[in-house]
Ligand binder design. Structure first.
Ligand SMILES: [Zn+2]
Length: 129
Protein backbone atom coordinates (compact mmCIF):
# COMPACT_ATOMS: atom_id res chain seq x y z
CA UNK A 1 0.00 0.00 0.00
CA UNK A 2 1.24 3.47 -0.92
CA UNK A 3 0.85 6.66 1.08
CA UNK A 4 -1.81 8.94 -0.41
CA UNK A 5 -0.75 11.82 -2.65
CA UNK A 6 -2.61 15.11 -3.06
CA UNK A 7 -4.52 15.84 -6.25
CA UNK A 8 -4.23 19.55 -7.11
CA UNK A 9 -7.28 21.54 -8.16
CA UNK A 10 -7.49 24.93 -9.87
CA UNK A 11 -6.99 26.79 -6.57
CA UNK A 12 -4.14 24.66 -5.23
CA UNK A 13 -2.19 23.91 -8.42
CA UNK A 14 0.20 26.89 -8.03
CA UNK A 15 1.00 25.69 -4.51
CA UNK A 16 1.81 22.14 -5.60
CA UNK A 17 3.84 23.40 -8.56
CA UNK A 18 5.83 25.43 -6.04
CA UNK A 19 6.43 22.38 -3.87
CA UNK A 20 7.79 20.51 -6.91
CA UNK A 21 10.31 23.36 -7.25
CA UNK A 22 10.92 23.32 -3.45
CA UNK A 23 9.21 26.71 -3.10
CA UNK A 24 6.60 27.07 -0.36
CA UNK A 25 4.01 29.34 -1.95
CA UNK A 26 1.15 31.01 -0.11
CA UNK A 27 -1.50 33.58 -0.93
CA UNK A 28 -1.77 37.15 0.33
CA UNK A 29 -4.79 39.37 -0.14
CA UNK A 30 -4.13 42.70 -1.86
CA UNK A 31 -7.33 44.11 -0.33
CA UNK A 32 -6.67 43.47 3.39
CA UNK A 33 -2.99 42.49 3.32
CA UNK A 34 -3.42 39.24 5.23
CA UNK A 35 -1.84 35.92 4.33
CA UNK A 36 -3.86 32.75 4.00
CA UNK A 37 -3.30 29.04 3.71
CA UNK A 38 -4.59 26.69 2.28
CA UNK A 39 -5.04 28.15 -1.20
CA UNK A 40 -8.54 29.42 -2.03
CA UNK A 41 -10.23 31.51 -4.70
CA UNK A 42 -11.26 34.18 -2.17
CA UNK A 43 -9.67 35.75 0.90
CA UNK A 44 -10.72 33.96 4.10
CA UNK A 45 -10.47 37.25 6.03
CA UNK A 46 -12.39 39.75 3.85
CA UNK A 47 -13.76 37.69 0.94
CA UNK A 48 -11.65 39.73 -1.46
CA UNK A 49 -10.71 38.13 -4.75
CA UNK A 50 -7.48 40.03 -5.44
CA UNK A 51 -5.01 37.42 -4.19
CA UNK A 52 -1.32 37.25 -4.99
CA UNK A 53 1.10 34.33 -4.66
CA UNK A 54 4.26 34.79 -2.62
CA UNK A 55 7.10 32.45 -1.64
CA UNK A 56 7.58 31.77 2.07
CA UNK A 57 11.05 31.66 3.63
CA UNK A 58 9.86 28.29 4.95
CA UNK A 59 10.36 29.03 8.63
CA UNK A 60 7.98 29.10 11.55
CA UNK A 61 7.14 28.04 15.09
CA UNK A 62 5.02 25.13 16.27
CA UNK A 63 1.58 26.32 17.43
CA UNK A 64 0.40 22.83 18.45
CA UNK A 65 1.67 19.29 18.03
CA UNK A 66 0.42 15.75 18.53
CA UNK A 67 1.88 12.28 18.18
CA UNK A 68 0.28 9.74 15.83
CA UNK A 69 0.66 6.16 17.04
CA UNK A 70 -1.74 4.60 14.54
CA UNK A 71 -1.50 5.97 11.02
CA UNK A 72 -4.45 6.52 8.67
CA UNK A 73 -3.57 3.41 6.65
CA UNK A 74 -1.16 0.47 6.60
CA UNK A 75 1.19 2.58 4.44
CA UNK A 76 2.15 4.52 7.57
CA UNK A 77 2.93 1.47 9.71
CA UNK A 78 6.69 1.78 9.29
CA UNK A 79 6.80 5.48 10.25
CA UNK A 80 4.68 5.43 13.42
CA UNK A 81 4.89 6.96 15.88
CA UNK A 82 5.31 10.36 14.23
CA UNK A 83 4.39 13.92 15.06
CA UNK A 84 1.97 16.20 13.23
CA UNK A 85 2.22 19.91 13.95
CA UNK A 86 0.30 23.08 13.25
CA UNK A 87 2.99 25.60 12.35
CA UNK A 88 2.67 29.38 12.48
CA UNK A 89 4.82 30.51 9.59
CA UNK A 90 6.76 33.75 9.89
CA UNK A 91 4.68 35.30 7.06
CA UNK A 92 1.49 35.05 9.12
CA UNK A 93 -0.29 31.88 8.06
CA UNK A 94 -0.66 28.45 9.65
CA UNK A 95 -0.24 25.04 8.08
CA UNK A 96 -0.13 21.40 9.14
CA UNK A 97 2.79 19.08 8.47
CA UNK A 98 4.62 16.02 9.68
CA UNK A 99 7.63 16.72 11.92
CA UNK A 100 10.99 15.21 11.03
CA UNK A 101 14.34 15.17 12.73
CA UNK A 102 13.37 15.22 16.37
CA UNK A 103 10.63 15.94 18.86
CA UNK A 104 8.80 19.23 18.53
CA UNK A 105 6.89 21.02 21.26
CA UNK A 106 4.89 24.22 21.31
CA UNK A 107 7.16 27.06 20.23
CA UNK A 108 9.81 24.88 18.58
CA UNK A 109 11.30 26.56 15.53
CA UNK A 110 10.96 24.49 12.36
CA UNK A 111 11.74 24.82 8.68
CA UNK A 112 10.03 23.35 5.64
CA UNK A 113 11.55 20.34 3.91
CA UNK A 114 10.13 18.27 1.07
CA UNK A 115 9.30 14.60 0.63
CA UNK A 116 9.03 13.16 -2.87
CA UNK A 117 5.98 10.91 -2.86
CA UNK A 118 4.73 9.36 -6.09
CA UNK A 119 4.32 12.16 -8.62
CA UNK A 120 3.97 14.85 -5.93
CA UNK A 121 6.24 16.72 -3.55
CA UNK A 122 4.93 16.97 0.01
CA UNK A 123 5.99 19.77 2.38
CA UNK A 124 6.95 18.70 5.88
CA UNK A 125 8.94 20.38 8.63
CA UNK A 126 12.12 19.56 10.49
CA UNK A 127 13.47 20.92 13.74
CA UNK A 128 15.55 24.06 13.32
CA UNK A 129 15.26 27.34 11.51
ZN1 LIG B 1 -8.54 40.00 2.37
Amino acid sequence: MEKPVPRPNADSAPFWEGCAAHEFRFQRCRDCGKAQFYPRAVCSHCQGRDLEWLVSAGKGAVYSVTTVYRGPSAAFKDVTPYQVALVDMDEGFRFMANVRGGEAEIGTRVRVIYEERGDQTIPQVEIGG
